[in-house]
Design a protein around this ligand. Structure first.
Ligand SMILES: Cc1cc2nc3c(=O)[nH]c(=O)nc-3n(C[C@H](O)[C@H](O)[C@H](O)COP(=O)(O)OP(=O)(O)OC[C@H]3O[C@@H](n4cnc5c(N)ncnc54)[C@H](O)[C@@H]3O)c2cc1C
Length: 425
């Protein structure tokens, strides 16, 4: 049996590793000269920056990605991060960090609420595990429960960091699924070697099992014969296969086989694709001689103007920076209406970093923006149509087709695992 994978991002390589291990003859086509897509390292001034991700796996060594890596035999060491902290103003009522700040543990967020609201949150934590709220955004749901803007800020910082969305863009049921997964799999972790540590390990598995990866080879068409996916046009050549896995998201995949999709028969699917919107963000990479965050967990910053959070991966893996240096990266959500004002958004992010790290010395190494065809997420969490397409033997994996409640690469792993179950049984 032959399988073709379009795109060598994390979703594509996970699928290729799993299929080649199951005995499929696998060929991967990647248009870029490098593999890994938005999940690999970019070497710069001795630092291991990245093409996208913050070198963080949302559920660390026990999450769905770690499980899938171990299942395919990809050898990656993943170290659990310290607990996430939240930076809050020292002075009650202050709406920024200018008068000083302190850091609290993520799970202590209710301590900033009134006694009555704290009790209410405690009851909600118990009751919502059985009766999940549905049918609204997270923010709308919070506002029906507690009249305290702190909780909205906290939710915005978390959603901005984890999903690059505002809390009024995330379905409340998706957040509860994410919380459930946090209980189930635990908090974040950092792969040794960063994103590329994961990508290199997957490539080794593919090579050992006889799979091939063609870089600098763009797929321009998915061939459909007798109603089934049957091959691709890649470069100038036609390649036939029994199974096609696309790592490009549903919209780009549909464009490669649009002649085979019918407005009448596939109306529901095509309509759904129109609703998918990629999420945008800005990452600012800092170099410092002294630690800025001081621990290996995420630091959420709900009182910054734009920055949602910061991480310092060299706390776990010093090899991601030159000896004695630290690599610290901030993330900020960019609202759709602000994509055309990226420079102004970046300026606000830089101002935030000065306020978050007052008096600290650092160098801004690189500022990267992500939107449209190279976004933070191809489809907002909880909105994608899953891994199947209307064309038999054509599946979509990656961040445009994640499992429920799966944050970022953990969602990719859940989606790949579900797809493989359908294919391999
Ligand atoms: C700023 C930022 C920070 C992030 N931080 C984290 C984090 O810390 N933790 C986390 O879990 N996730 C994070 N993410 C999300 C994570 O990086 C992505 O979810 C993940 O990398 C997406 O992988 P993917 O498999 O969907 O494919 P992609 O990375 O999109 O790969 C798809 C590949 O397909 C190739 N391709 C496209 N068209 C064609 C074609 N026609 N023919 C051949 N090849 C083609 C592309 O070149 C690309 O290499 C972050 C993302 C961003 C942008």
């Amino acid at each position: 049996m032959k399988a073709i994978v379009i795109g060598a991002g994390l979703g594509g390589l996970l699928s290729a590793a799993r299929l080649s291990k199951a005995g499929y003859q696998v060929e991967v086509f990647e248009r870029l000269p490098i593999t890994g897509g938005r999940f690999t390292n970019l070497s710069y001034k001795g630092f291991q920056l990245s093409s996208g991700a913050f070198h963080i796996l949302p559920h660390g060594p026990s999450g769905p990605l770690a499980q899938l890596l171990s299942e395919v035999g990809a050898d990656v060491e993943i170290v659990r991060s310290d607990i996430t902290t939240v930076r809050i103003p020292l002075k009650k009522g202050s709406l920024d960090y200018s008068k000083g700040f302190k850091d609290i543990s993520f799970s202590d967020f209710p301590t900033l609420l009134s006694h009555k609201d704290r009790l209410k949150i405690a009851l909600l934590i118990v009751s919502t595990r059985k009766n999940r709220p549905t049918g609204s955004s997270l923010q709308a749901w919070i506002r029906t429960q507690v009249k305290d803007e702190w909780l909205v800020r906290f939710a915005d910082a978390f959603c901005g960091w984890a999903l690059s969305l505002r809390s009024d863009e995330v379905p409340v049921e998706e957040i509860f699924e994410i919380i459930e997964n946090m209980y189930r799999f635990g908090g974040p972790g950092i792969p040794i070697g960063g994103c590329k540590g994961v990508i290199d390990a997957l490539e080794r598995v593919i090579a050992v099992n006889g799979g091939k990866i063609h870089t600098k080879t763009e797929v321009s068409k998915i061939l459909v014969e007798n109603g089934k996916a049957a091959g691709v046009l890649a470069g100038d050549e036609t390649y036939k296969a029994n199974l096609i896995i696309s790592n490009l998201g549903h919209v780009a995949t549909a464009c490669l086989c649009e002649e085979a999709l019918s407005e009448e028969k596939d109306f529901e699917y095509l309509k759904r694709l129109e609703t998918l919107k990629p999420s945008a963000g800005i990452k600012i990479c800092l170099a410092a001689d002294e630690p800025l965050v001081g621990h290996s967990g995420v630091l959420l910053t709900p009182y910054a103007k734009r920055v949602n959070g910061v991480d310092e991966v060299t706390q776990v893996d010093p090899s991601l920076a030159p000896p004695g240096k630290h690599l610290t990266m901030s993330h900020q959500y960019v609202a759709p209406e602000n994509i055309k004002n990226l420079e102004a958004e970046i300026e606000l992010g830089l101002q935030d970093l000065k306020a978050i790290f007052p008096g600290k010395k650092y160098e801004v190494l690189l500022i990267q923006s992500y939107h449209d065809g190279w976004p933070v997420n191809r489809a907002a969490s909880g909105t994608d149509p899953g891994n199947e397409t209307p064309i038999p033997e054509l599946y979509v994996v990656g961040d445009g087709a994640k499992g429920e409640g799966g944050i970022e690469v953990e969602g990719i792993a859940l989606g790949v695992a579900a797809t493989m179950k359908k294919i391999l049984g």
